[in-house]
Design a protein around this ligand. Structure first.
Ligand SMILES: O=C(O)CCC(=O)C(=O)O
Ligand SMILES: [Fe+2]
Length: 418
């Protein structure tokens, strides 16, 4: 999940810039090497095409013998190409530790699927670089400055991440898109490279339909797969292995869905951390009229949402006496102050599910609500969630205020409606 935060994505971009510079150096060296080889080739070829350059000439005989005994071996056995590619390898290895890995890629794929679900985006639209809701009468949720579309292989990867977790609903949508993109390019260029991928996508897609209960469509696709396929008898045991692997993921793997990636990262800031924190706390105390001195309130919590970052529906207050919240020995969380520290380009609203309203992310805006009624019971209407961030970097700060210390500021009542 290290790569979900937008700061890491920016760092990754910086690292790719470094890789680009190394590749440019490599290309420069290799081009120079090939230019030298070409010059040698042209020089020797010219001698061979010249009828007057006879070996009767002892000077030409000498240079022929020298070329064959010395120049040709050093051309053929030159280690220059190896050295150039070694420099490229070393340059890459130096950066590799900081580069995203397979888990980060899977996390980014899951973030795309989450955005697809929450904002009802069409997969075809997303693959074309558009954030268009499936009901096309609605305007796009976000129009990027530069439209980038996904390749067949990109869609295939997202589909495969879904497939691997037994999520056939998503695997079907993304593999359909991958297949239609592979079909478009099928036979048009580099058929050798494209072919295996179309077969793979069809295979995964057929199996997804099969698992989703659409057997007849699975069969149709399998026939197409057979048509493209050049495989031998090993495919039958291979398929069984896949069935078992898939069942395993279906029964064991679903719990892993949504773990880590897309979850926000947070830090706690004491008021002594910086005068800004102190000033902010004084302001919150003035606005709410509540006592925020420890232990009547928790330290300020700063949260950053990454790629497609979201927060599942929850209550801020404890709903069980066993909650670690009570360790502060200052009661439950009576109220929340939430400040939006950044704006986002799209998405990221805070949704109050039962109360049926949502608050957009507006930089420097603050929200206040009571989590508890005056009799100390939790208020069910405060169930809330952070919607996935569609585009942008979302930062919020939370101040959770506890019951103790507020006795005279927010008096109790026995009426459950208060
Ligand atoms: O970020 C949001 O919109 C909600 C955050 C939240 O509910 C929390 O941090 O407890
Ligand atoms: Fe919350």
């Amino acid at each position: 999940d290290t790569f979900s935060a937008l700061r890491s994505v920016r760092q990754a971009r910086g690292n790719e810039g470094r890789l680009l510079r190394r590749l440019r150096a490599y290309l420069r060296e290799e081009s120079a090497r090939l230019r030298r080889l070409s010059r040698f080739y042209e020089k020797v070829r010219a001698l061979h095409q010249d009828p007057s350059a006879s070996v009767d000439n002892p000077l030409l005989a000498f240079s022929l013998i020298k070329r064959l005994s010395s120049d040709w071996p050093s051309v053929v056995y030159s280690s220059e190409a190896t050295e150039n590619s070694r420099a490229l390898h070393v340059g890459f290895q130096e950066l590799q530790r900081e580069l995203p890995g397979a888990e980060d890629l899977d996390g980014a794929a899951r973030a795309l699927m989450r955005l697809q679900d929450v904002y009802a985006l069409s997969v075809k639209g997303m693959a074309n670089g558009l954030f268009q809701p499936t009901s096309t009468d609605r305007p796009p949720l976000y129009s990027p400055g530069r439209r980038v579309s996904l390749s067949a292989d990109d869609c295939f990867h997202v589909g495969k991440v879904a497939y691997d977790t037994g999520d056939f609903y998503h695997s079907i949508a993304w593999l359909e898109e991958a297949v239609s993109r592979f079909r478009l390019s099928y036979g048009s260029w580099n058929p050798e490279e494209e072919r295996g991928s179309l077969e793979d996508a069809l295979d995964y897609l057929a199996f997804s339909y099969f698992m989703a209960g659409n057997i007849s469509h699975a069969l149709t696709l399998s026939r197409e797969f057979l048509h493209y396929g050049t495989w031998g008898s090993d495919v039958v045991p291979g398929s069984w292995g896949e069935v078992l692997e898939c069942l395993y993921h279906l029964y064991m793997g679903l719990g892993q869905w949504g773990a880590e990636v897309g979850c926000p990262h947070s830090a706690w800031l004491k008021d002594t951390a910086d005068p800004v924190v102190r000033a902010l706390e004084l302001r919150m105390a003035a606005i709410t009229g509540l006592d925020l001195r420890p232990p009547y309130a928790e330290y300020l919590q700063v949260v950053n949402y990454g790629l497609g970052g979201h927060y599942e529906p929850h209550f801020d207050h404890a709903t069980s006496r066993k909650s670690p919240l009570y360790r502060m020995k200052s009661g439950n969380r009576i109220a929340t102050v939430m400040i939006y520290l950044s704006a986002v380009e799209a998405g990221g609203s805070t949704a109050f599910i039962y109360a049926n309203f949502s608050v957009p992310v507006v930089k420097n805006a603050a929200l206040f609500w009571w989590n508890l009624r005056r009799n100390g019971d939790g208020d069910g209407d405060t169930l809330h969630a952070g919607c996935p961030v569609l585009a942008g970097d979302k930062w919020v700060a939370n101040k959770w205020i506890h019951e103790y210390g507020q006795e005279f500021r927010r008096p109790c009542s026995r009426d459950p409606r208060d």
